[in-house]
Design a protein around this ligand. Structure first.
Ligand SMILES: O=C(O)CCC(=O)C(=O)O
Length: 253
């Protein structure tokens, strides 16, 4: 077995058992700087559901480095190995968050908003020793996110495998489930290959340092991106799993 295959085997193991795998220093410091500079020129719009978060969509179409990066990730043996099927890019964006938390989202078995049906759209299965993931999001961090005030990436242990809804099991969210909450510390240039079935979000950010990331989601060719599911503005995100804040306000989870 070659070293590369061995490394990818370890990454697949981590992806299956923990719900994510990290490549430290995926981007060099020079590449991080390049991405940051491009980001200053992209149109960033405030997220409707989070005023402290701004987003630039379709960064793979911005041409230049962020397009090249999409191609590189697309071709990468790790991305292929996690999907095990002809794959496509489902979405891409850059995210800048200045304050606040990022609600927990994703999950292997959360209820879709407004209807009593589990959302299995991000499942990943292992069949005959191969991973078949439906949504793999590559998060590439452009800043160090090491301490609680930086708003660390956080997730619910085991939620990518859970058959029960986290939000129904813990109606007040993470405050009721401290024993299941885990965090990941990343440095600028690190990349996370995330199983979208892992319920994840971020800690409350209180520091004044920038927190920027690039995201590229891949899946099998038969999967649609969330935006492709929306017919018009009023249907946008319709059926999406109810968010943490909706739940804690007594919403429909
Ligand atoms: O901000 C982060 O660290 C995670 C971002 C994320 O989960 C997402 O964009 O879906």
């Amino acid at each position: 077995m070659t070293e590369k295959a061995h490394t990818d085997g370890g990454s697949c193991y981590a992806f299956d058992s923990r719900g994510y795998t990290v490549r430290s220093g995926f981007l060099t410091p020079g590449e991080v700087q390049r991405a940051r500079e491009i980001l200053t020129e992209l149109p960033l719009a405030q997220d409707a559901w989070n005023p402290d978060q701004r987003r630039a969509l379709n960064i793979h179409r911005s041409s230049g480095y962020l397009t090249d990066l999409a191609h590189e990730l697309f071709q990468l043996p790790l991305t292929r190995a996690l999907i095990s099927y002809p794959h496509r890019l489902l979405e891409s964006y850059a995210l800048v968050r200045t304050r606040g938390a990022l609600d927990l989202h994703g999950g292997a078995s959360e209820f879709l908003a407004g209807i009593d049906i589990h959302d299995h759209s991000a499942q990943a299965a292992i069949l005959a020793g191969r991973p078949y993931a439906l949504r793999v999001k590559v998060l590439i961090y452009l800043d160090d996110v090491l301490d609680t005030p930086d708003g660390r990436f956080t997730y619910v242990e085991g939620s990518h495998k859970a058959g029960l809804s986290f939000h129904r099991s813990f109606p007040r969210g993470r405050q009721d489930a401290q024993h299941l909450m885990r965090t990941v510390e990343v440095r600028a240039g690190d990349a996370i290959w995330l199983n979208e079935a892992l319920l994840h979000g971020a800690d409350v950010k209180t520091s004044d340092t920038p927190r920027r990331l690039l995201a590229y989601t891949f899946g099998p060719t038969f999967m649609a991106s969330w935006s492709e599911l929306s017919c018009d503005q009023s249907l946008e995100r319709s059926g999406y799993a109810a968010s943490e804040s909706e739940n804690s306000q007594g919403g429909a989870a």
